[in-house]
Design a binder for this molecule. Structure first.
Ligand SMILES: Cc1cc2nc3c(=O)[nH]c(=O)nc-3n(C[C@H](O)[C@H](O)[C@H](O)COP(=O)(O)OP(=O)(O)OC[C@H]3O[C@@H](n4cnc5c(N)ncnc54)[C@H](O)[C@@H]3O)c2cc1C
Length: 158
């Protein structure tokens, strides 16, 4: 990273950013043509979990090329100044690279959906045990498991 002073080296902070961020921008490559798609996600143990309908452009690309890059950010705020060149952005950001695999086992898919549901639902509205999904819902969703191979964190304005 050119600005090594902004690099986040603490793996726990990188994990915290992943847990706090709400939107994951997923970058794919279709025969050299880039495609980026914003998605919700869950994170656990160096792995991202994404859910999707079974058809569409990103699924078509992933079936051909499972290499993926992603970006998330949190705590973003515009920093203004009297001088235009001193304007900037405060942020905590993570970029990662990995390979995507589709989960087929219903129990694994349910576990990934639980992870995503827990991330987005406030503690007060979570069920005591686990979330319930019909068999139809489980079979009509694709769960993409992203095994993260490289990850970097960068912060600015803190
Ligand atoms: C904040 C946020 C969270 C989301 N979370 C999820 C999620 O968890 N799971 C999920 O499957 N989808 C999610 N979506 C929707 C997602 O971004 C895609 O629209 C959707 O997944 C369909 O992608 P696809 O490649 O199958 O597109 P297709 O339906 O095949 O359409 C492809 C075409 O539509 C355009 N397109 C696709 N998506 C968008 C978009 N978001 N904005 C503008 N143009 C678009 C593309 O440029 C391309 O031309 C989210 C969107 C947002 C904004």
């Amino acid at each position: 990273m050119r600005r090594s002073d902004k690099e986040i080296k603490d793996p726990e902070l990188i994990q915290e950013i992943l847990n706090q961020s709400e939107v994951c921008r997923v970058a794919l490559c279709d025969d050299g043509k880039p495609y980026i798609v914003p998605m919700n996600f869950g994170y656990q143990d160096q792995t991202l979990y994404l859910h999707s309908a079974t058809q569409g452009q990103k699924i078509d690309i992933l079936r051909k090329n499972n290499n993926l890059c992603f970006q998330v950010d949190t705590e973003t705020r515009l920093v203004t100044s009297k001088t235009p060149c001193d304007w900037g952005m405060r942020y905590l950001s993570v970029i990662g690279y990995g390979k995507a695999y589709f989960l087929h086992n219903p129990a694994d898919k349910k576990e990934a959906l639980d992870l995503i549901m827990k991330k987005y639902s406030p503690v007060s509205s979570r069920p005591e045990k686990t979330f319930q999904y019909s068999d139809e819902a489980i079979s009509s969703v694709i769960i993409i498991k992203v095994e993260i191979e490289e990850i970097t964190g960068k912060k600015s304005g803190f």
